[in-house]
Design a protein around this ligand. Structure first.
Ligand SMILES: [Zn+2]
Length: 449
């Protein structure tokens, strides 16, 4: 049992309850036993003094490509398509060892940024690369994060009019069989699951229509969720109009890819009709403002998405298209992006925190167990330290968290189990993860030179 008290609490419950001086009690079952104003009742367990801190639900990362930690800092001035064409040949040399090291570094860094649940979108499976999905699952266990890896796929190579080189795509049947095997082997449907799989063909310009529609059928037969990239750039829009004669959203609709079991990465280039369709079908969006800015892809219409009741979560996106990969910083970036488009009323600090927590839980289908601090929910919590030089003097602690610099994580719990304490990983060593990531990067780059 852990009792956090003398602390500000942003619950992100349905009425956005906020306690300037409150408490959270975590039970032995790894779930929240109590939350409220004032001190906690006397009782057993570890007592944490939250003076100078704010406790929020753990942040949920809804879009990432962890393997990209091994290829950061390349093609830094390119568009998405130019960046992909530079990186595809390098990614074609990935193996389980490189992916495991990259995922360890990426997940360790995410934990230190206040993330307690992350998805991963892995779609590159070189033939002689070993079991890369298993490697990243092992990395998540090592760091201690709740993990939603997706079995991604690409089956539309250059010879068939796609963007990726032919040697890094799978056949449609290979991709579908491997995806079904991944679900059977790894997916845990239980409410407290630490590991869930989703089905994630990569994008309209790297996947055939047959793989998109059969992947949707597979996911629905297995009761798992669906994810893909959609409406990220103008180039993608042009590709869809030329090849399919419609917008990316119309393409997704045609293939059975709108629904409350689907969340889409980016959703930058959505017209009014597309936003209406996403809202009406409950299709979620993983908003990745820093990645969109880094690639100059545009700014998602988050205010309009929220006004149409679209579930919107935050994502750092792959570490090679957004080298910072810091989920805590995405709260501020999301707010800035919305306000740059729509003025100061476009998004407030509470809404930004909701995107990073409850919005993410809805995208991953975990809203009954994650995303808010309420009795009975899983105790995935972050205690942010806000009395240091960067934040001291900002009385509104939620404003300090969202508008201030990246806040140190005093304590992060996943299912009541500490994964970060006083800014350090509990189960892994950050220095070791960094050294392993450097070795993986060098090994990979040597293979392509
Ligand atoms: Zn992505």
């Amino acid at each position: 049992m852990i009792v956090i008290e003398n602390v500000a609490v942003a619950t992100v419950d349905a009425s956005d309850s906020y306690h300037a001086d409150g408490h959270v009690v975590v039970g032995d079952d790894g779930r929240i036993a109590a939350v409220g104003a004032g001190p906690a009742a006397e009782g057993e367990g570890r007592r944490v003094d939250g003076a100078g801190c704010l406790v929020t639900p753990g942040l949920i990362n809804t879009h990432h490509h962890l393997y990209q930690w091994a290829t950061r800092g390349l093609a830094v001035d390119e568009t998405l398509f130019g960046w992909l064409k530079t990186l595809y040949p390098i990614w074609g040399r990935l193996d389980a060892e490189v992916v495991g090291a990259a995922a360890g570094a990426g997940l360790g860094w995410l934990a230190l940024s206040g993330c307690t649940t992350s998805m991963d979108h892995h779609y590159v499976f070189p033939r002689d690369g070993g079991d890369v999905l298993e490697a990243e699952i092992e990395a998540a266990r090592r760091v201690g994060l709740r993990f939603h890896p997706t079995r991604g796929s690409m089956d539309l190579g250059q010879k068939d009019g796609g963007l990726p080189p032919d040697n890094i795509v799978e056949s449609t049947d290979e991709a579908l069989i491997a995806t079904e095997n991944a679900i059977d082997r790894w997916h845990d449907p239980s409410p407290g699951a630490m590991l869930q799989i989703a089905v994630a063909p990569c994008s309209p310009f790297s996947v055939t229509e047959r793989l998109m529609s059969e992947a949707a059928e597979l996911a629905r037969r297995k009761g798992v969720r669906l994810h893909t990239h959609l409406a990220e750039t103008d180039d993608e829009e042009d590709f869809c109009r030329e090849r399919f004669g419609c917008t990316p959203t119309e393409y997704a609709e045609r293939l059975g890819w709108l629904g409350d079991d689907v969340w889409l990465a980016h959703g930058v280039h959505l017209d009014d009709s597309a936003i209406t369709k996403l809202g009406a079908t409950g299709t979620g969006v993983a908003h990745c403002p820093s990645s969109n800015a880094r690639l100059g892809a545009g700014a998602a219409r988050v205010r309009e998405l929220l006004d149409h009741r679209v579930p919107v979560g935050l994502g750092v996106d792959g570490s090679a298209s957004q080298e910072a990969s810091h989920l805590g910083e995405e709260l501020r970036q999301a707010l800035y992006t919305a306000r740059t488009r729509g003025g100061p009323g476009a998004l407030n600090a509470r809404e930004a925190l909701r995107l990073g927590t409850m919005g993410g839980a809805r995208c991953l289908g975990r809203q009954d167990d994650l995303g808010s601090i309420e009795a009975g929910k899983l105790a995935d919590l972050v205690l942010w330290r806000l009395d240091g030089l960067g934040h001291a003097g900002i009385d509104d602690r939620l404003a300090a968290l969202v508008f201030g610099p990246a806040a140190p994580v005093e304590l992060a719990l996943v299912g009541g189990r500490p994964v970060v304490e006083r800014g350090e990983l509990v189960h892994a060593d950050a220095g070791t993860l960094a050294r392993e990531a450097v070795r993986a990067h060098r090994r990979l780059m040597e293979r392509v030179t």
